[in-house]
Design a protein around this ligand. Sequence first.
Ligand code: NAI
Length: 331
Amino acid sequence: MARIFYDEDAVLSILDGSTVGIIGYGNQGRAWAMNLRDSGVQVIVGNVRDSYWDRAVADGFHVYGISEAVERSDIVCILIPDEVQKTVYRSQVEPYMKSNGMIVFAHGFSIRYGLINPRRDVDVALLAPRMIGVGVRKLYESGYGAPAFVAVKQDATGVAWPKILALAKALGFTRAGVIESSFEEETELDLFTEQAVMPIIISTFLKAYEILVSRGYSVEAVLTELIASGELIEVFRQVCKLGLMSQLILHSKTSQYGQLSRIGRYIDRIHEPMVRSLEEIASGVFSEEWVREQELGYLNFRRLLEEALSLQIEKDSEDLRRRLRIPYDML
Ligand code: NAI
């Protein structure tokens, strides 16, 4: 059974006298910097000169170029996009890391696939929130926290665990629970959700829209039924709160029977493509494809994104959103 760490398992004072360098002030970086500062941790930001730099300055942080921030930090949190980590790490992080310092990743990709091989004299840890950055901040401000995965890959100092747990506490993560994992497990689960679970959900909606509209159901009714009403947000909220099956109790008996009696028609058909995606992830086939894609200037990615955004369902959804008066921000 995986261990779960809570507030009482971490001692904040282990960070006394340490400076935490937040490298990258984007989705996660901003939330991390603010939560750490509010927890009394000494934080600086390392960034390139862009609008994120300006935002960090406006938020009251001391901001430095990346290599200078690394030089000034005892704990270095890598919060720049995974695609640029290898290059930035080589030129601006590794040469400037303090011996016996700690490097922290919010996602395991670069380490899992060997794009970054940290020096032997630093601690290497993972603290991967299961929440987008704005959620990490919002939960912290409300007195709660986001759950996260934690792992130590390299314990050069012998105190990597208490240090990373203290950081998790300062970020609010141990309020919810921090699950012991590994760089491998975190990365593979994350990619699997993206490459197997989400494509099935998205293709379900695309196929449903195609079948229903082609059979004469109105676009307005189909889209409201499937997506636009926001009903699914509530259903998924209840899935989190009550459980995948236990939330069925909130639906009519007709709905419960319809769902339960038809699941079997679909479930075995998704087994093979799901396993195939997992094997591509575990074997490194996907990561090699993605790195090649980056080297080719995102040629396929750009085409796929363009095609996706120009689908009829996107145009129809936008039209419908304008015609319905649904307070999406309140859902
Ligand atoms: P982001 O896309 O918001 O990063 C923006 C930051 O990266 C800015 O500070 C920008 O100046 C800097 N940056 C961009 N290109 C750069 C370059 N070439 N050189 C130097 N700096 C550059 O990043 P995000 O989404 O916060 O992700 C950071 C890490 O957190 C990643 O490892 C990601 O997998 C992980 N993560 C992200 C989550 C999210 O909610 N977005 C959730 C959990 C983990």
